[in-house]
Design a binder for this molecule. Structure first.
Ligand SMILES: [Zn+2]
Length: 158
């Protein structure tokens, strides 16, 4: 206590694929601050499970995001549930350009984002696979997202 404000490590996760702790976030995510390095004073974090350190930029897919990661993942989750960009923008009260931008960011880090969604928001892998393949088919920026259309919803009653 009485020290400098620590970053909120609960939003970060271990980026090493061979670590059993990979992708886990939250207050019991076993990630701790491990000082800073370099001119930019990049925050270093350490995974207590595998004992490796990593840059805070590496443990999160969100580079230069002007919003909280919770908001980001909230929006991505909404998209992954089959909502279009417009619908998501409305539901989450986020600008639709921002939603589109985040979707691009997320798809560039699909693995990490999937991991987060599965671990923390209990998405199923198959659901996310469909989501990403849908995202990848989407042409960047040029055409409007078909709003309010359930993405892949072949309504198989199972
Ligand atoms: Zn680890």
């Amino acid at each position: 206590m009485g020290r400098k404000k620590q970053i909120d490590t609960s939003l970060y996760f271990c980026p090493y694929p061979d670590c059993s702790n990979q992708g886990k976030v939250g207050s019991d995510n076993q990630i701790i601050g491990a000082g800073r390095y370099g001119k930019q004073k990049t925050q270093l974090l350490k995974c207590k499970v595998c004992n490796r350190t990593f840059s805070a930029r590496r443990g999160t897919p969100l580079f230069n995001l002007k919003a909280s990661e919770e908001t980001f993942y909230d929006v991505i989750a909404c998209l992954a549930e089959g909502n279009g960009i417009r619908a998501t923008a409305r539901i989450k009260k986020v600008d639709k350009d921002t939603v589109a931008d985040w979707l691009d960011k997320a798809s560039q880090h699909a693995e990490a984002v999937s991991r987060y969604l599965m671990v923390n928001l209990h998405f199923e892998e198959a659901q996310l696979d469909e989501f990403w393949s849908f995202v990848k088919k989407r042409k960047p920026a040029a055409r409007p997202w078909r709003s309010c259309r359930p993405s892949m919803a072949t309504t198989g009653s199972g």
